[in-house]
Design a protein around this ligand. Structure first.
Ligand code: GLY
Length: 572
């Protein structure tokens, strides 16, 4: 969809937005619309990208544009992310400061280690659906924090157009319709959710049909008027408290009031002379992207043929995910060794890789100083990723989620707000896989106020002090391996951003010991991987990535959305 088409679509459903945002009226004189030379945005939905562009044209910067896209995605792509979920925002401002805003959900105060055990066994239906599944949402606090400290526009500026869009409704795309069909029987268990997402005969809306969300529109407007207090300390917190008490949940008004957004120290490592800025724990993404790059730095990827290079990537992923399962958790509760991103540790893991065959990785490794040098020393498909950038030099890489499709499936009555099921990202019981077949250990056990381990990996890559790439992905643990492959494709294989995120990819997460390979991968590589001993599972699509690259030679942005999903990217 080209830019004019965005505006024509917006004009049909969102007249107030057009009058508010544009220095010219694109409907009347499209040829006068200013060229997109000063900013870039890449998201999973054309209307969210349009909202980001509208924020830029209102005078906003990359931070405003990112929040504009995020609040719009909460309307048009609400099965993936929204105000009832959490996010990680990585920002690099024009003055070179990097900020990592942690808006990850927190376990309610009454949460307990064994809250999902029934007769001694983890019942993951409880962590995935219904009243116990949700952590305390952090996205709104994170958006507000980002805007207050780095934006030029107000939260109200960005929420009100999204409220109009929620009220008018918009036709759902193929992905929304598919996820809705899959979630419809669970959504039907909750009358308020059914009222929003199912038709009066109980069937789900289908592709192209319009879903209007009047309660969500009213909630956005209330927050625009009263600020986030409406959510964390006012009517929304009361509604959650009431619903949870009546439905066997544990989240209270005090849990909402006690939510804290955290600024964490960004995780900075180096790869072949580039600076890689990742998100620290409770993201596992920053740690393991860095760890895997440290392993790969011991090989000359550029010179390798595609089959040994793909095999090497798979072996690298296995080693990193074995460590993830044991060492990673919320650093405020569990000691996460900084040695995981130590270059020498990466080199020692590289030595374990046999380029002639797949190796069984029995378990986690032993990073240096694992007991003493830990991340809490710092300063004190599902999901979506978006990137924005502006001419001043501000960049945002933001990943947001309510976890699996439609989260807990619970819409809080009278609010239109769909709650996440992020409690499933904790390890409910050692060795018991969650929705993503991930296993965890003590480090990621449930504790009150703790944040579940995440794979979200918003990343920035710098060369000579300038950002040259913002990248991240959606899709559970494949987020980490998608981000790795996009970086390697761009930095090592010189691929343009479209190919870097569009090229067929693989995923290995140690457990289960299966190598998932996109079917679009060349057949000779797939066969070659099998002959090297991998248990290959052909897969239609591994996640959805978004990225923006910057070419210092041409001084131009190159935003790209993943061809696997109907996103959009604008700017130059
Ligand atoms: N909910 C998916 C993740 O944060 O990894």
């Amino acid at each position: 969809m080209n830019r004019l088409s965005y505006f024509l679509l917006l004009a049909a459903i969102l007249p107030s937005w057009l009058t508010a945002q544009s220095p010219t009226d694109p409907q009347e004189s499209p040829e006068e619309t200013p060229a997109l030379t000063h900013f870039a945005a890449a998201t999973v939905h054309p209307l969210a990208t349009a909202a980001a562009i509208a924020a830029f044209e209102k005078g906003g910067n990359a931070i405003d544009a990112a929040v504009a896209a995020a609040v719009t995605l909460g309307v048009v792509d609400g099965h993936n992310s929204g105000i009832g979920g959490g996010c990680f925002i990585l920002i690099r401002t024009a003055d070179g400061t990097v900020t990592a805003i942690d808006g990850r959900e927190m376990a309610p105060a009454a949460a307990t280690r064994d809250m999902f055990l029934r007769d001694g066994k983890a019942d993951t239906s409880l962590s995935q659906t219904g009243a116990l599944a949700s952590g305390v949402p952090g996205s709104l606090a994170a958006w507000e924090h980002a805007l207050k400290n780095h934006g030029k526009l107000t939260l109200a500026d960005l929420l009100l157009p999204a409220a109009d869009l929620a009220e008018a409704g918009s036709p759902i795309d193929e992905v929304f319709a598919r996820k809705l069909a899959a979630a419809s029987s669970n959504l039907a268990k909750f009358p308020e959710s059914a009222a929003v997402f199912l038709k009066s005969d109980g069937t789900p809306f289908t592709e192209g049909e319009t879903v209007a969300q009047k309660d969500l529109a009213a909630s956005y407007r209330a927050i625009a008027e009263h600020g986030s207090d409406w959510f964390y300390g006012g009517p929304f917190a009361e509604s959650v408290d009431t619903w949870m008490k009546a439905n066997g949940g544990i989240m209270t008004r005090d849990d909402l009031r006690n939510y804290v957004v955290k600024e964490r120290q960004p995780l900075i490592t180096h790869y072949r002379g580039y600076e890689i800025v990742g998100f620290p724990p409770p993201s596992s993404g920053g740690v393991h992207v860095a760890q895997m790059l440290n392993i790969l730095e011991n090989f000359d990827l550029k010179k390798m043929e595609p089959l040994p290079r793909t095999h090497l990537l798979a072996e690298t992923m296995k080693l990193a995910f074995a460590d993830r399962a044991f060492w990673l958790g919320d650093p405020d509760f569990a000691p996460v060794p900084r040695g995981l991103i130590d270059a020498d540790y990466g080199a020692s893991l590289a030595e374990k890789i046999d380029l002639s065959k797949a190796t069984t990785v029995p378990g986690h490794g032993s990073p240096p100083d694992a007991e003493t040098d830990v991340f809490d020393d710092f300063d004190r498909k599902h999901t979506q990723h978006l990137c924005t950038a502006d001419a001043e030099g501000n960049w945002v890489s933001m990943t947001s989620t309510i976890n699996t499709g439609f989260g807990s499936k619970v819409v809080v009555p009278g609010t239109g707000i769909l709650l996440n099921n992020e409690m499933d990202d904790f390890s409910a019981q050692p060795g018991v896989p969650n929705a993503f077949k991930l296993v965890g250990a003590e480090a990621n056990a449930i504790e009150p106020g703790k944040r579940p381990l995440s794979s979200m990996s918003p990343t920035l890559v710098l060369a000579e002090g300038r950002v040259i790439m913002a990248v991240g992905a959606a899709g559970g643990p494949t987020i980490i391996t998608q981000t790795l492959q996009a970086i390697v494709n761009h930095l090592d294989l010189d691929q343009e951003v479209e190919n870097a995120i569009g090229a067929p990819r693989i995923h290995h997460q140690w457990s289960p010991d299966v190598l998932r390979v996109e079917k679009a991968m060349a057949p000779q590589i797939i066969e070659g991987l099998k002959s090297l001993g991998h248990d290959v599972a052909p897969t239609t699509g591994l996640g959805v990535s978004q990225a923006i690259t910057f070419d210092p030679k041409t001084v131009s942005f190159h935003p790209a959305h993943d061809p696997r999903a109907p996103g959009s990217a604008e700017g130059n």
